[in-house]
Design a protein around this ligand. Structure first.
Ligand SMILES: Nc1nc2c(ncn2[C@@H]2O[C@H](COP(=O)(O)OP(=O)(O)OP(=O)(O)O)[C@@H](O)[C@H]2O)c(=O)[nH]1
Ligand SMILES: [Mg+2]
Length: 469
């Protein structure tokens, strides 16, 4: 199964394990979809929003100001959420953030031992726990199982930990590496441990280790990849006695963990490293809270924006149906009005004047023409109308439905564009490149014939309820 573990994984991450440990009251994630978008392929979101969330280079050391900034950003989103949804109580968010400030002075570290099923997690954990390394070690459930809930719980633990010891028994699979890359992006310190090296001949071991190191370089440096044998298998030894008889016995080799032990001791012995580990966890938590707040706010705004969008869809459809326009650029003009942009913008706290909104509308119309969306829409709508034997509604129908459809696309794109802005930026200076990319994406996503089909019939019903049955 190549199922990316983070689908539904990062989702409910962190909260329970991490915040539960830090606070008496467990963060009630049940009612939120923590990193909800991540649950639905939201890794995309993590990636898309990365410039705002992650630092440019996750391997560069974290500065305290970056961590504070992450907390402040989260705070900002929570405030926006509270303002727009005053009836709801978001104190759990705020409390968690406040508690994060106390984490800066934390000296106790936590580490998780994780990896696929049967890779030796429990064995390694026992060995490490006995070493008195001044770190609290826990084991996760096996990753990469088909049970999403297991993956999710494991993911929670991983994100809560300052350090991750990731076990493999050979080279990494591509899907596993994908997961690790996301962890790195979340500023998770990773140590890759090739366990059960006793199962290979020594040349093979070297080869596997080398391969592993190559695979993860430069994201993970060579010293953070090592081979161990936490519980090497007993080997049968035959001994020929002086009288010619042979006796057999099993020899239990001693565990080979010194490399890992020394490495951990070095890491934990450095105050600077410990600080980075703790800061990263604070940063990660703040970022997750920010995501959660943002997600909730976006859901709320979307719910408010959709009826507005629909209103303008029908307005555009009605106007164009009654007065069919010949030229495609006129169709684009009819579809996107300044008033709609203002109304949708205001839901997203974008204060745009009518004249600015009109300029934006014109620009969006132009972009839709340039991208060929107007032509593609009219063709697609025309095709659907033909095959549905409802052509007799004739002339204005193609234009009416197309105008509504383009309004729909433009509106959804604006919503997405506004979503990607910082909570307090204003919309006067739109980034048209970004908007153009979004328009294209939204158009592609809504192009599925089934959607357009339903949309077309729905619009037609509205346009002339008596002619369509
Ligand atoms: N040959 C060999 N076997 C090992 C080594 N480490 C662990 N094992 C064996 O691998 C098996 C699984 O080890 P566990 O420690 O239970 O692995 P786990 O990852 O905790 O397993 P799950 O929690 O079920 O995913 C056991 O039989 C261990 O004795 C090793 O270094 N060499
Ligand atoms: Mg186990």
């Amino acid at each position: 199964m190549q199922k990316p573990i983070l689908i539904g994984g990062l989702g409910l991450s962190l909260g329970l394990a991490l915040l539960g440990r830090w606070q008496a009251s467990v963060f009630d994630l049940g009612e939120y979809i923590f990193w909800g978008a991540i649950a639905v392929g939201g890794l995309m979101l993590w990636r898309q929003n990365q410039p705002q969330l992650a630092l440019d280079d996750p391997t560069s050391p974290l500065q305290k100001k970056d961590v504070n900034q992450a907390i402040a950003n989260a705070q900002q989103w929570i405030e926006a959420l509270q303002t727009e949804s005053p009836e709801q109580n978001f104190s759990t968010f705020t409390n968690t953030l406040t508690a994060l400030n106390d984490q800066f002075s934390r000296t106790a570290l936590t580490a998780v031992v994780t990896g696929g099923r049967g890779t030796g997690k429990t064995t390694v954990l026992k060995q490490l726990a006995a070493l008195n390394l001044r770190c609290e070690f826990t084991e996760t459930d096996p990753l990469f199982t088909d049970l999403a809930s297991y993956d999710q719980a494991a993911q929670n633990q991983v994100f809560a930990a300052d350090l991750v010891i990731f076990l493999v028994n050979g080279d990494l699979m591509a899907s596993q590496w994908d997961t690790l890359k996301h962890w790195l992006q979340a500023r998770q310190k990773l140590i890759i441990v090739f366990n059960k090296q006793d199962q290979y001949q020594s040349e093979q071991r070297e080869l596997i280790l080398e391969q592993l190191r190559k695979h993860v370089y430069p994201a993970i440096i060579a010293t953070d990849v090592m081979a161990i044998a936490a519980a090497p298998q007993a080997t049968k030894v035959k001994q020929i006695q002086t009288d010619g008889t042979t006796t057999e016995y099993f020899e239990q080799p001693i565990p080979q963990l010194t490399g890992l032990q020394t490495h951990l001791q070095t890491l934990f012995g450095s105050e600077a490293t410990k600080q980075q580990l703790v800061w990263s966890t604070i940063w990660r938590t703040a970022t997750l809270i920010q995501h959660n707040a943002k997600q909730q706010l976006n859901t709320l705004r979307r719910q408010r924006a959709m009826p507005i969008l629909e209103k303008y869809q029908w307005l555009a459809a009605g106007a164009t149906f009654a007065n069919p326009v010949a030229a495609l650029d006129l169709l684009a003009t009819a579809a996107v009005t300044g008033q709609m942009i203002m109304d949708v913008g205001s839901i997203y706290q974008q204060k745009i004047s009518l004249s600015q909104a009109q300029a934006i509308a014109t620009a969006i119309g132009k972009q839709m023409i340039q991208l060929g969306l107007v032509e593609l829409s009219t063709q697609a709508v025309g095709g659907i109308l033909k095959t549905n034997a409802i052509t007799y509604v004739a002339g204005g129908a193609v234009q009416g439905v197309s105008a509504a459809y383009l309004t729909h696309i433009a509106g959804l794109s604006l919503m997405q564009y506004f979503q990607e802005q910082d909570p307090h930026t204003q919309g006067e200076n739109l980034n048209f490149d970004q908007l153009g990319r979004i328009l294209k994406g939204v158009f592609e996503n809504n192009r599925r014939s089934q959607f357009l089909q339903t949309f077309t019939t729905g619009t037609l019903k509205r346009l002339s309820p008596q002619t369509i049955r």
